[in-house]
Ligand binder design. Structure first.
Ligand code: F6R
Length: 235
């Protein structure tokens, strides 16, 4: 795997947008696996600017997001669907019908997991999967566990994840404790993986990519990916 260190979050965001932009130019109908959270915000801003300037065309791009909170409807401002609409989809010329997230408010979550797994497989798995990383090493919401969960599944979020996510909610009791996430299988089947991490993630990046491969640090599995790039910013 390739580890790139850059000076700042701005540089990380530009470089990540360069890589994603190159993917879109090479294959205009590519499948992009996308993430939410603070890490990709700058990347999405860069992609939106390039699209506005006519340098990138998302009209044929298909997207699949990693995860969604359970219990939140897509119109809930805290949902990941809302986040993606606000921060990327409404700012590029992607066809909304080609943007996919798991439905965290589905009446039957087991059926929803099967539907989403089949959808991602039907699209031929991501050409490029963008990832952030949790302080505990999670990717998507694959939390530290006894084994690597392969398929789309629902998960009880780790206490540290709930605490980290609570910064975005007004009241602690509103923070969802369950999520639905792509498994490690879909992430590993992506043709290319790009993980972006701010300076506050330096410790877990070291552990994940220079330590043993273990489901206790889910991101460590990426050491076995055929084409994984990690961009870490120093500040
Ligand atoms: C979000 C996701 C999570 C985040 C991770 C880091 O879709 O899959 O794994 O990437 O929790 O979040 P931030 O970027 O907010 O530090």
């Amino acid at each position: 795997m390739k580890m790139i260190q850059v000076e700042s979050y701005e540089k990380l965001s530009r470089l990540a947008a360069d890589i994603i932009g190159a993917q879109v130019l090479l294959k205009p109908s590519c499948v992009l696996g996308l993430a939410t959270g603070s890490s990709p915000l700058g990347t999405y801003e860069n992609l939106a600017a390039r699209c506005r300037e006519g340098l990138l065309d998302f009209s044929q791009v298909r997207t699949v997001n990693l995860d969604e909170y359970c219990g939140l409807t897509p119109d809930n401002p805290q949902s990941y669907r809302y986040f993606m609409d606000q921060n990327l989809f409404s700012k590029v010329n992607v066809d909304p019908a080609n943007t996919h997230l798991p439905n965290g408010a589905a009446p039957d979550m087991e059926a929803e997991c099967e539907r989403y797994e089949a959808l991602v497989e039907g699209l031929g798995w991501p050409d490029l999967q963008l990832l952030g990383i949790g302080h505990n090493g999670h990717i998507g919401f694959n939390e530290p566990a006894e084994d690597f969960p392969t398929r789309v599944h629902t998960v009880r979020l780790a206490e540290s994840t709930i605490r980290a996510n609570s910064r975005l909610f007004d009241r602690p009791e509103d923070v969802p404790t369950m999520a639905v996430t792509m498994g490690i299988g879909a992430i590993m089947k992506a043709r290319r993986v790009l993980l972006i991490a701010g300076a506050d993630k330096a410790e877990i990046v070291e552990k994940a990519f220079h330590g043993p491969v273990t489901p206790q640090v889910p991101a460590s599995i990426l050491q076995l990916h055929r084409d994984a790039t990690v961009i870490l910013s120093r500040s």
